[in-house]
Design a protein around this ligand. Structure first.
Ligand code: PMP
Length: 450
């Protein structure tokens, strides 16, 4: 089938995630046909540096035979067995053990799922189970943040704080959303440090408003990913810690679906920020995106209660601990460890990207260029001093994304915020290539919008 035939069949039968079906029908899809290292290729043979690691998941790039071989071997040995009814499989035990070894010291248990959304639903179930077993059934409310992303199941989307999503479903009624730590967009006249403290104090305010006796947990991404790579001011997490320590009986859930497995230059965002979450959601990069797998790491204070007390925990998925997925996870963790990928990010690539990415702040349409570890964002503005956007609908981001792809770099647009999360195996030369291509996309965007 040629490209237009494929696009036609796609139009006729495939409903894509987070897509305006009508618009896509008119434009047609980009058909991606191959990938190697940190590059992807489309059906026209157009090669692009993948600045988004697929969908924040292919942290080791696209050419790791160790992972695909591990999956293949497992599929030919024991392609499936479940972990219900007192059964287990060797890969699931091995991966649980490996995860306990790389997670923060107090996290020694894992519940496996097929995705990040399912893992956040699992968190909701564990939180409720924990407080019931603690004989605190009034603790029901979970606090999250506006513009958070926690998945697309009803539980995940209710935890998420994206207004466009909330318009299209009925959210669970025990989730509350507070201020996000987005200084560039919402910090007003405050310094980043002041705003970080302010945003964290909003958590305290909400706890007081709801009554601490009713609050079960607070959930947050270490850095918001899909919301626009929102790196909180340095004061934010220490202040959140203070607030939670002051109460002592509100669980902390860190959603590490994007930041887990090395993206900050530490194994988890919790390590980077020195936080000790009770639950930690993961997915995506745990298998380098090669096989669907997610889960939640459970900290000791929760695990001890749910393991010691009560009867059956009535929750689970057919693909919880799928053996081939677990093998993919093990192969991925082995590569991260043996090749010191995370250390290399921390010591070499991240500082280099930080330096090169910051140079883009001098561009006339860039209001802020921020990065941390191997993520970065550019705020597109018409006027630097007032931070005014090009228009109310934030269409500049889409223009810049399309031009960037045309120039051979996959960047993503969240409104008028351009974001990158390249594979952790990026070399310094590839950082240069990425930054140069991003600059070209900015130049072309400025011309297109002039
Ligand atoms: N949490 C976060 C922080 C995410 O970024 C995502 C996906 N982008 C999810 C949860 C949902 O994961 P999945 O798409 O695997 O359900």
């Amino acid at each position: 089938m040629n490209k237009s035939e494929l696009q036609q069949q796609d139009r006729e039968h495939l409903l894509h995630p987070f897509t305006d079906f009508h618009e896509l029908g008119e434009q047609g899809t980009r058909v991606i046909t191959g990938a190697e290292g940190v590059y992807i290729t489309d059906i026209d043979g157009h090669k692009m540096l993948d600045g988004m690691s697929g969908l924040w998941c292919c942290n080791l790039g696209y050419s790791r035979r160790e992972i695909s071989d591990a999956i293949y071997e497992q599929l030919n040995t024991l392609p499936f067995y479940n972990s219900f009814f007192q059964c287990t499989t060797v890969p699931s035990i091995e991966l649980a053990d490996a995860l306990a070894a790389v997670a923060p010291a107090h996290m020694n248990n894992v519940f496996f799922t097929g995705s990040g959304s399912e893992a956040n639903d699992t968190n909701l179930r564990i939180i409720r189970r924990y407080w019931d077993l603690m004989e605190r059934p009034e603790k029901r409310i979970v606090i999250s943040r506006k513009n958070a992303y926690h998945g697309s199941t009803i539980g995940g989307a209710s935890l998420g704080g994206m207004s466009g999503m909330h318009k299209q479903f009925q959210a669970l009624d025990y989730i509350e959303h507070i201020q996000q730590p987005y200084w560039f967009g919402e910090g007003g006249d405050m310094s980043p440090e002041e705003f970080g403290v302010y945003a964290a104090r909003c958590l305290d305010e909400k706890i007081q408003e709801l009554g601490p006796e009713n609050v079960a947990a607070f959930i947050a991404e270490p850095i918001q990913g899909a919301g626009g790579v929102i790196i909180p001011p340095e004061t934010y997490w220490p202040e959140v810690k203070k607030v939670l320590d002051q109460y002592g009986d509100i669980l902390l859930v860190m959603d590490e679906v994007i930041f887990g497995f090395g993206r900050t230059g530490e194994w988890f965002g919790a390590d980077y920020y020195g936080m000790q979450p009770d639950l930690m959601t993961f997915a995506k990069a745990v298998t380098n995106g090669y096989f669907p797998l997610g889960g939640t790491m459970v900290g000791d204070r929760v695990a001890e209660v749910i393991k010691a007390k009560g009867g059956e925990f009535t929750h689970g998925y057919t693909y919880s601990a799928h053996p081939a997925a677990c093998k993919a996870g093990l192969a991925t963790i082995n590569i991260l460890r043996n090749e010191k990928i995370i250390e290399n990010v921390r010591e070499n690539t991240a500082p280099y990207l930080a330096k090169r990415w910051a140079e883009l702040a001098d561009h006339p349409i860039v209001g802020e260029a921020r990065s941390l570890g191997l993520v970065g964002a550019l705020e597109l503005v018409k006027d630097k001093s007032s931070r005014a956007r090009f228009d109310d609908k934030c269409t500049a981001g889409g223009v810049c994304r399309d031009l960037s792809i045309k120039n051979g770099l996959v960047m993503r647009a969240t409104g008028d915020t351009m974001i990158i999360a390249p594979p952790l195996i990026l070399t310094k030369e590839q950082v240069d290539e990425l930054v140069e291509k991003a600059r070209r996309a900015l130049d072309d965007t400025a011309k297109a919008l002039a």
